[in-house]
Write a protein that binds this ligand. Structure first.
Ligand SMILES: [Zn+2]
Ligand SMILES: [Zn+2]
Length: 303
């Protein structure tokens, strides 16, 4: 099971009732935050999710509307008594900005490890995070977050092959085992690969082929929709953002199951009124709201 909560849906500046961009993903004991705009703490508290277990923070880019909530959040995590490291990932330039922000949060009781990344895959606790470059006016990344599902363990095969009982557990976990000079590999006892759960998060960018790949077959695609109306297309090109319709075109091309729009321009007071722009292209489009939450579960029809 994986759950996702949108913590802020504003772009550029916060509005009453609309905090700046952030999203949290939790699965099997791992908690990740993507972006940390102003107000992230407020929404997280309202949602009732704990600050303390956040293992890693992934920043899309270093614009203020995505990072300014960081010092306060780190202080709160520290006050909760955390001592384990918090990992921070982001594109080139992240180190300089984050170190600057952390001058406002000195003497934390836990280490902060900052990693500047390109296109790569990171294992963050139980989740795999793949970063991909997008097209904004500063270095910016999108993230594909996956909870992979282990293939099913097949005890009848293990028995038939005479695999000793004490090897079963490590083999189920994907480890190779050697007992009395015999090597046992996971593929001897595991079935076909099974579909996991995927969330793709992408904001502050023009449409790019990398986004279609990053959101490929995603259960949930969270994408910016800075401008609702198509008339704002030239503005979205100029400022390196997207319209609702452009986000929907990406969702369709990627064969995503569901699209949540987020990162609304402060001029877009009622995003719901223009949702039709996205739905004409991709029917399963929704306007992101603060604390909008979704629980994704494995497809149990898959054996
Ligand atoms: Zn932004
Ligand atoms: Zn930006």
């Amino acid at each position: 099971m994986l759950d996702v909560c949108l913590l802020g849906t504003g772009g550029m500046m916060p509005l009453p009732g609309r905090h700046l961009t952030a999203c949290m993903v939790r699965a099997e004991g791992t908690s990740l935050l993507v972006d940390c705009g102003e107000g992230t703490q407020v929404t997280l508290r309202r949602q009732g999710w704990s600050f303390k277990p956040i293992d890693a923070i992934f920043f899309t880019h270093m614009h203020g509307d995505h990072v300014a909530g960081l010092p306060g959040l780190l202080l709160t995590i520290g006050n909760a008594g955390r001592t384990e490291p918090v990992l921070i990932y982001g594109p080139k330039g992240t180190g300089r900005v984050v170190r600057g922000l952390m001058m406002a949060a000195p003497e934390l009781p836990f280490p902060v490890e900052i990693h500047e990344i390109g296109e790569t895959e990171i294992m963050a606790g139980t989740l795999y995070v793949r970063s991909f470059r997008v097209d904004h006016n500063v270095p910016c990344m999108g993230y594909r977050i996956e909870l992979r599902r282990r293939p099913e363990f097949q005890p009848e095969r293990a028995r038939a092959l005479g695999v000793p009982l004490r090897a079963w557990n490590p083999l189920q976990k994907g480890n190779t085992v050697e007992i009395d000079g015999v090597t046992y590999t996971p593929d001897m006892v595991l079935g076909e690969a099974r579909k996991g759960l995927t969330v793709c998060y992408c904001t502050d960018t023009r449409p790019t082929p990398s986004i279609i790949e990053g959101a490929r077959d995603a259960d949930l695609f969270i994408c910016e929709g800075m401008y609702g109306e198509e008339e704002k297309k030239s503005r979205s090109r100029e400022y390196k953002h997207m319209t609702f319709r452009e986000a929907a075109v990406l969702a369709k091309a990627a064969n995503a199951k569901e699209l949540w729009l987020t990162h609304f321009s402060p001029s877009l007071m009622h995003p719901q009124d223009v949702l039709g722009e996205a739905r004409e292209v991709f029917a399963n489009s929704f306007v992101g709201r603060e604390r909008m939450t979704k629980i994704l579960k494995y497809d149990e029809t898959e054996s």
